[in-house]
Structures are given as C-alpha cells and as structure tokens.
Design a protein around this ligand. Sequence first.
Ligand SMILES: O=c1nc2n(C[C@H](O)[C@H](O)[C@H](O)CO)c3cc(O)ccc3cc-2c(=O)[nH]1
Ligand SMILES: C[C@H]1O[C@@H](n2cnc3c(N)ncnc32)[C@H](O)[C@@H]1O
Ligand code: SF4
Length: 356
Amino acid sequence: MDREEAIKFLKSKSREEIIKYLNLIKEEKSYVTYSKNVFIPLSKWCRNRCGYCIFREEKAKIMKPNEVKEILIKGDKLGCREALFTFGEKVDENKEIKEELKKMGFSNILEYLYYLEDWTLENTNLLPHTNCGILSYEELKLLKEVNASMGLMLENISERLMNTVAHKYSPGKEPRLRIEMIENAGRLKIPFTTGLLIGIGETEEEIVDSLFKIKEIHDKYGHIQEVIIQNFRAKKGIPMENFREPSPLKMLKVIILAKLILKDISIQIPPNLNKETGQLFLLAGVDDWGGISPLTKDYVNPEAEWPEEEELRRWSEELGLKLKLRLPVYDKYISREWLSEKVYNKIKALGWKIED
Ligand SMILES: O=c1nc2n(C[C@H](O)[C@H](O)[C@H](O)CO)c3cc(O)ccc3cc-2c(=O)[nH]1
Ligand SMILES: C[C@H]1O[C@@H](n2cnc3c(N)ncnc32)[C@H](O)[C@@H]1O
Ligand code: SF4
C-alpha cells in the first residue's frame, strides 16, 4: 500500500473497492483487548484552545492529592489496572495553578504528577499512563520511571489546520512539536500511544500522510504500541459544534488503511464513541477497545457513556473474538528493555501472565 493507492481508496466511492481491501486484512489473532481504567483529569486548564474540545476550562483548578488518591483506591477495589492521567497542556503556565502547587510543596505540575504516579505504584495495583500534551525529552525521561506507557495524539500532521478553527489557538498542536515528542519517546524506549482525530477539517491526503508519518517513526524506534482512530464528536458549546461528524463509512475506510499501513501496531477505537458501529469495525481489523471505566466518565467526551464490560464481550464474541484485559502497556513491551525497573517489578508483583 503506497501513498497514492491509499489516497485513491479513501476518495473512492466504489463498494467493490471496500470489499477488496477488507479482504486484504488477514487476521490470525483470536482476541480483542481492552484496559480497565480510572480517568484522572488533574487540571482542566490548558494553554491551548482546540476548536473541538469541551474538556478545557478557564478556571485555574487542580485536583488535590486526596481527591486523586480516593479515585485510585476505589478503582483498585473495582479491579482497574490503569490510572489515566489526562489533562491540559503546560498547566503551570497559569500563575494561580503554579501558586497552588507551591502551597502543596511542588515546584511544578510534573513534580506533582510524578509524586502521584509514584504513589499509585506504591499503594495500588494500577499502572500510570500519562497523556498531557507536549513534554520535553527530559520531562519524558523523568516520567518514564513511573509510567507503564505514555501517549500523545498526533491528531493530524497538517500544518494547514494550524490556521483553522481546530488548531488556530493551540500552539501545542503544531505537528512538528508533536512529531518531535513522539520521536523522543522512541529514543527513550517508552511504549507509546498516539492517534488521529478524524473529522476536524482535514483532507484525505492529510489522513494518509499522518498514517505514513506514524509508520515512519515506528520503523525507526519500534515503540508505538497502538494508534487510536478517534472520531470527532460535535458537542454544544464548542467552536466546532456545527462540524459534521465523520460517517461510519469514512471511519471504516480509515481503519482499513491504518490496519494495512501500520501492520503490527494495534488499532484502537474508543467504544463509547462508536456504540452502533464499533462491532462492525472489528471486521476491518480493530484490535483494541481502549480504556473503559467502571468508576469515572470520559472527561473528553462526557456525554458518551462507557459500555459495560459485558457489552464489549458480547460485541467481540459474536465475531469469534475473545475479550482480553490488557495493561496500559501491551504484553509485547513488558520487559526490562522497555520499562523502568520500578514499573517492571510492579507488573511482576501483580502476577501478570504474559501469554500470546
Ligand atoms: O477515556 C479516554 N481515554 C483516552 N486515552 C486512553 C486510552 O483509552 C487507554 O487508556 C490507552 O489505550 C492506554 O492504555 C487516550 C490515551 C492517549 O495516550 C491519547 C489519547 C487518549 C484519548 C482518550 C480519551 O479521549 N478518552
Ligand atoms: C484526548 C484526545 O481526545 C480527542 N478529542 C478532543 N475533543 C474531542 C471531540 N470533540 N471528539 C472526539 N475526540 C476529541 C483529542 O484527540 C485529544 O487529543
Ligand atoms: S484537546 Fe487537549 S490541548 Fe486541546 S484544548 Fe483540550 S485539553 Fe487543551
């Protein structure tokens, strides 16, 4: 599959073409994975203002250690294994937050995050995954010690979108910065999650170029464990509230392409954003349902409830696929090569069985 062929397919209106490419997806695997998590929105303030985001708040607020710990302890009791720290980008650029952190005894947000993630490893059976926007090489290096995996959505490789409602007020969505961070994570051997946001005004060419860029980075470092194909959801009150959501067919075609281009990388579809269509996407080779939570909502898409574990199981089993719990780090990355001593030992202490 090369660039031209991929673009042609994405633009094609032929039903036969779709069936032809679906037929190219050969699957030996017998399961679909998911993670059981708690979502910790440490702060909703953010230096960016993405046109599609409902998560961001102007209020300079930050979760207190006890609030966070309570969620972690409850999640642990419910059998969660992932602590998802997803929050605004560079929140300590906000003076009030910085002050608040100082009062709590931390000089910046990442020092506070490190403390909380270390506490998670010491006191619960959850493993941290951080997705908080742009981080430097040094910051990634530090956080690797206490994270099982980390993530950053590429969103799209398009520079052009930086001048549109999607990214015009979001310096952190500059594709060069995102690519640089994903590469730095590779240099540091951090198991990594990235993905595309579909339906934010991008062209077919830009989708294809984004997929090939991820493939190029992965060929160099081998650290991309999964790629999320996330469908834009219109919501009242966002600048992009009148944008059209991507059609199920568009999603299906992008998933097919992702699968054919990214090969050994797992393709993730958020099940709460694809309740009607998710099961059919399994036909196109979706490997993973991402994180669902028995405790916390999806703060990025608060209107979209998580399906129950049993529902995911039924969707999967109807297609002859077992539903299999995974950790925030995929089994193939569970080794001293990819994980810090601390995280590796924690996973061993959990008694996690790696079978393939
Ligand atoms: O609950 C969510 N989890 C999100 N996750 C987490 C994901 O569902 C899983 O927790 C990961 O597969 C890690 O195991 C993300 C992780 C990333 O690294 C990058 C982006 C996302 C986006 C979301 C999201 O919108 N909602
Ligand atoms: C955490 C990730 O959630 C995605 N995200 C942000 N806003 C929306 C929306 N309206 N619909 C779907 N996904 C969204 C972005 O890709 C972000 O990186
Ligand atoms: S999507 Fe992330 S970076 Fe963009 S405004 Fe929302 S919180 Fe900030």
